[in-house]
Design a protein around this ligand. Sequence first.
Ligand code: DGL
Length: 291
Amino acid sequence: MSLQTTYNPALPTCILMDSGVGGLSVLNTLLAFNIPLNYHYVADTAFMPYGSKPVDLLRSHLVDLFSQFQARWGENTFIALCCNTASVVMVHLPWVPWEEQPKPNFPLLDIITPTVESIAQVQTTKKPLTLGVLATELTIQSGVYQQLLQQNKVDFANFYGIPCPQLAASIEGQPNVPSTETLLTQFLAPLQQTESPLDAVILGCTHYQFVAESIQKKLPSVPLISQSAVMAEKIASAFNLPFAKELPVEPMQSGSVTVWTTGSPEAFQPLIPQFLPLLPTTIVQPFYSGS
Ligand code: DGL
């Protein structure tokens, strides 16, 4: 039985966003767990990659983009940041360049907070921990993961923050970028020779969930911390919806699912069957067409 999606005016609307396919890992989980909402997924491919952009530039771009979300879908519609880099600049870094202009009051759900909280909740006898994070350059340079881990009283002594430039683009199969295998071999090398054994590695960019198996092969005995389920649960709870502990046998139905891109729909369309397998024939819409 396949997934049925129908617009249901009785259901709330939820916006999910990322620079590209990464946040589809969260949408896949929401659909698989039958969380009933009308979804708009916006892939900001015209501005991808986020991870190599200066903070101020990305922040002003996102303020503009989110204002357009509000104009289109209403001011109170939740915007789920299914992107670590957007969460860093919009939620976690101080709003210094904008002091004269107050921080805009968007209803944002960030992805880093539930990820770190899920680590803090794990009961472990081994302390202090040795942790790794794979993420974009901007996320690693921000130091936000270490800060939040400390604030959440996670006891860690060694922390390996690995910036992975071009990895998200490579996962999307973009041209003129080294293969995912080449990049992973390079980026994971420091994690294969840590002084004390790694207790966990956080996949701190939503794109990386799609290559979790390849990462696991290179780090065979290391637990990988995925973000899709914790973020899906956070979104469900923002709408007061229950989130089952176990995956339902068959996803049955959801509200509507509309996928938008700020870039070229023709370029994004071929990615849908691979990255949104529950709805492989979804037609990608142009965000800026005024439709
Ligand atoms: N998927 C995004 C994240 O979680 C970022 C990818 C990019 O650099 O655009 O950080």
